[in-house]
Each structure stands twice: as structure tokens, then as C-alpha cells.
Design a binder for this molecule. Structure first.
Ligand code: ATP
Ligand code: MG
Length: 273
């Protein structure tokens, strides 16, 4: 199915929080994989079913050791765990020092995520730069989404990162701006900066800056999560993002076939005349 990579250019704009929110609201089977070399936050912030602790040693590192002869759905799921609420996660490294043990596994890992049979994958790739070891995961993705805030410096770094990234990835590009729902002018300013770039940004989303909602994904939430603006905006993003990478159905194929029959000897243009 599909691989979507989420990342940031600089700072901590909320990539992990956005990944957790979108993963929880994803309309198909999905696995959230922490591919941030700076270390797992999910293991620290979140719990398993009935609030049991997650096993921080089961995740990317154990998968890397087990998958040296090949990585497929079964081995990926064997090293994944379920969060309270049902989202499947592959925990990242405990500390950056463990990245050395991953060796050249990032590329096969990205390919395996992209080719999973039973699940889409959302990869939280953390901050990315030209030397980032997790870059091959972005290169395997069908959609790369950069997360930023609506501040001048965040947008400036975003622009730089996009300009460099287009030389390395061949995916659809999306941007999520994390901003106060009342600050739509700030979000519009980000879009106008992106409009001035030559690189096309295929998808633009606004995720609410919402401390009360984000607290649930920091292990500190109180009250009703479903009433938060984080969840309201996150559900729109999850639905649109999942649609953007949805596999073509046989119905899509039939419609295309009906419009431009392959048996027709002329071109599609001639057929329409
Ligand atoms: N949409 C949001 N609204 C309010 N607070 C948020 C939001 N997203 C993230 N935060 C808060 O900002 C802090 C950083 O968030 P998060 O860990 O998701 O960022 P990150 O980009 O993954 O950072 P890092 O690069 O360090 O991994 C957390 O305390 C989190 O609760
Ligand atoms: Mg993070």
C-alpha cells in the first residue's frame, strides 16, 4: 500500500504529534513507524492497551537485527506494538547511538514500507537535512509531508529544505502548517511564500495549534479529545492524505478504460471527437 513520510526542516513544529493524530484517524489499516534518528518519543509519551507500558526494545532496532535477510510485512508487524486506542506503531531507536547499528537498512526498510501488502505506513522521519541517514525512507515514499509553524523562520527553513529535497525525492509534496485556528492570516502568508517557489506543493493542510488536544499525545490529556480542534483539523488531513495515496481501485480502472478504451486504434483525442 502507500508510504507517507512526515518530516520537519528545523525546530520541533509537531511532526510526532501530527503523525500520531493522523495515524489515529487514518481511514485504512496503517502503521506508524518512528524513523527519527534522534530517538523515540512515542515509547516515552504513549502507552499500550489498558495503559500498559510499551516495550522500548521492540521496534526499529530489533527489526533491523531480524530483517538482515529480508524485510516483509510479517517481520515488520512482529516488531510493532499497539497503542491504547489501537494504532499500530513501530517504535524508533531509544537513542541516536543506536542508529549506527542500522547500517544500510534504511533503503530496504523504505522499500518494504512502501510495499506492505496489508497496511499503509506513516513514517515520522523527524528533522531532515542532506546528510540524514533516514533520507532513503523519504525517497521510497509516495508522499512527503513537511511540517512547519507559521513563523517567519520556520517558513524560511521550510523553503530551503524543499528546494534541496526536490533533487533527492520524486514524490508528491505536502505541507502541514501548525497554527492557531484563529490565525488564518498567518497560514495564508505561508501559502503565499510557497506560491512564490517554482517547486509545486501538491497538498496544503492546516493543523490546529491546540495545546489541550496535543496534551493527549504527550500522555497528559484530560477531558474529551474528540471535541478538540486538533482532532477536527486532523480528521480532514487524515481523510485527504489517505485519498491522495489511495491505491487505484478496479472502478477507477474501469472508468479510465471506458473513457479511453485501450482496444481503440485511434488516440484518446480522436476517440472524443
Ligand atoms: N498541534 C499542536 N498544538 C499544540 N502543541 C503541539 C502541537 N503539536 C505539537 N505540540 C507540542 O509541541 C511539542 C513538540 O511536539 P512534537 O514532539 O510533536 O514535535 P516534533 O516536531 O516531533 O519535535 P522533534 O523534532 O523534537 O521530534 C510537544 O510538547 C507537543 O505537545
Ligand atoms: Mg518528533
Amino acid at each position: 500500500m502507500a508510504l507517507v513520510a512526515l518530516a520537519s526542516a528545523k525546530g520541533s513544529p509537531g511532526v510526532t504529534t501530527a503523525s500520531l493524530v493522523i495515524g489515529a484517524l487514518w481511514p485504512r489499516q496503517v502503521l506508524l513507524s518512528e524513523c527519527d534518528p534522534s530517538g523515540s518519543d512515542v515509547a516515552i509519551r504513549m502507552t499500550g492497551p489498558s495503559q500498559t507500558a510499551l516495550n522500548p526494545d521492540r521496534g526499529l532496532v530489533s527489526l533491523a537485527a531480524a530483517g538482515r535477510k529480508g524485510i516483509g510485512d510479517e517481520v515488520i508487524m512482529a516488531h510493532s506494538q499497539q497503542l491504547d486506542g489501537g494504532l499500530d506503531v513501530l517504535l524508533g531507536v531509544r537513542a541516536p547511538e543506536q542508529i549506527g547499528g542500522m547500517g544500510g537498512l534504511w533503503a530496504p526498510l523504505g522499500q518494504a514500507f512502501n510495499q506492505m501488502y496489508g497496511s499503509d505506513v506513516l513514517a515520522d522521519c523527524g528533522r531532515i537535512g542532506p546528510q540524514s541517514p533516514q533520507l532513503p525512507v523519504l525517497q521510497s515514499a509516495g508522499l512527503v509531508v513537511l511540517v512547519c509553524t507559521a513563523t517567519g523562520s520556520s517558513v524560511a527553513h521550510l523553503r530551503e529544505r524543499i528546494s534541496s529535497l526536490v533533487h533527492h525525492v520524486d514524490a508528491q509534496l505536502g505541507v502541514i502548517v501548525v497554527a492557531d485556528p484563529k490565525r488564518r492570516d498567518g497560514v495564508r502568508q505561508v501559502w503565499s511564500v510557497l506560491d512564490q517557489m517554482t517547486t509545486p506543493i501538491h497538498h496544503r493542510w492546516h493543523l490546529a495549534y491546540d495545546p489541550a488536544g496535543a496534551a493527549f499525545f504527550d500522555g497528559r490529556g484530560v477531558g474529551r479529545l474528540d471535541r478538540t480542534s486538533l482532532i477536527r483539523t486532523g480528521s480532514v488531513i487524515a481523510a485527504e492524505m489517505a485519498a491522495a495515496v489511495a491505491p487505484r481501485t478496479s472502478t477507477d480502472f474501469d472508468m479510465a478504460e471506458a473513457a479511453f478504451p485501450s482496444a481503440d486504434t485511434g488516440t484518446a483525442g480522436e476517440y472524443r471527437q
